[in-house]
Design a protein. Structure first.
Length: 183
């Protein structure tokens, strides 16, 4: 009996780090007009990343679901949610994300993001979140949700409207632009 208990305890001890999520907190003083605190939770088993940016009324939450290929961002100041298709060429890989974040935390020049992506947000609401997966559905349930489509920065120079910027730990800058974000 003691051998069985010892075996289970050792198994739990060695499996815990493998199955655990990575939780990373970051105090970001680089935002204009105040400070921001970001928390990142990575569930390697489910291949889901959650990022919470706490910056008063400019706070936002995002979920990256690598299994479904969709990302969603809930923007508190706009009382809305935006759903996008993840671009694997731009989005950090879920397996290398913890290392990239830790390296960026050591970097003293962390003001700008390594990569940037811009999305044009449609004015047409998404009525059924089911096709985007349970994680996106949980984040956006109950608030107006809009699809957004990636635009290349070079061909986007003519746009003079309003955009919302989410900077994920200086690794990825995400711009959401469109009528939904007009004042």
């Amino acid at each position: 009996m003691k051998l069985a208990i010892l075996s289970v305890a050792l198994l739990g001890f060695f499996l815990a780090p493998i199955l655990a999520s990575n939780n990373i907190n970051e105090q970001n003083q680089g935002n204009v007009g105040g400070s921001s605190h970001q928390s990142v939770s990575i569930d390697h088993q489910k291949q889901v990343v959650n990022v919470d940016d706490n910056n008063g009324w400019r706070s936002w939450n995002t979920v990256w679901d690598y299994k479904t290929g969709y990302a969603a961002t809930r923007i508190l100041s706009k009382k809305s949610c935006v759903v996008t298709k993840m671009n694997p060429e731009i989005m950090p890989d879920v397996t290398t994300l913890p290392k990239a974040i830790k390296e960026k935390q050591k970097d003293s020049n962390r003001e700008s993001a390594d990569k940037e992506v811009t999305y044009m947000v449609s004015s047409k609401r998404i009525m059924d979140l089911t096709p985007y997966g349970k994680n996106v559905e949980a984040l956006c349930r109950g608030i107006p949700t809009y699809p957004a489509f990636e635009v290349k920065r070079q061909g986007f120079w003519y746009y003079s409207g309003s955009c919302f910027r989410a900077n994920v730990l200086c690794l990825l800058g995400i711009n959401y632009c469109g009528e939904t974000f007009q004042s």
